[in-house]
Design a protein around this ligand. Sequence first.
Ligand code: ATP
Length: 227
Amino acid sequence: MDQRKRIAIYGGTFDPVHSGHLEVGRRVSQFFAIDEFLFMPARLAPHKVGQEAASALDRYAMLALATQDDPRLSVSQFELDGPGRQYTVDTLGHFRSRCGDLVDLFFVLGADSWAEITTWREWQRLLTLANLIVVTRPGHETDVDDFGGATSDIVDLRGENKPVTVDMIAAEAPRIFVTDVVMIDVSATAVRRAVREPGGEKLEQLVPPSVADYIRKYGLYRNTNEQ
Ligand code: ATP
């Protein structure tokens, strides 16, 4: 019997969580047979300092509401629990050492984040700590040829409809999987913009009802300066 477990960590600002993030959680869990899919809200993403619009508590609360009804999806407080937990490399290092050998660890990110990976703190070490799942995103190229690391570790699954088998994962070194199982043109920027539009009906198309209700109830995103 295969006792291995697959845990996926999905890092981000989630300011707020939207239907694109949730579809990534659901589809990636299915396609990669993930047992536990953890949304990992950042205390303050180092590259987004000054752009955060809602507090960490609000971002966490919205994620909790949005994932409440899906047993495979949950939210981790790990990065919010300590001031020194800002960097993905440290989070993955923590989970890698805590999880032990029977766990395959995955870090999930969108094409736009992937395009910036070489600017992340200790990105080369990061790639040794977990498999990566790069998810395509409309309007963002997913370039695998121009990658500054070892391209031989990249498994391009675009166009594949069959779920990823255990053999593909059980490699000596972690791999970088690229998948197009999700192609949704939604962003947190669009959600914040929708809140400021008169009437605000578009909000319901971008976030689940519980998150839309929370945003309205607590008056989030009404006064941000962004365009
Ligand atoms: P913003 O509009 O404020 O930049 P965002 O929508 O990109 O926010 P983040 O919280 O920054 O949301 O994203 C967290 C992670 O989810 C990142 O790796 C990002 O690339 C990915 N992501 C966000 N939206 C999508 C989407 N529609 N499809 C695929 N990946 C996505």
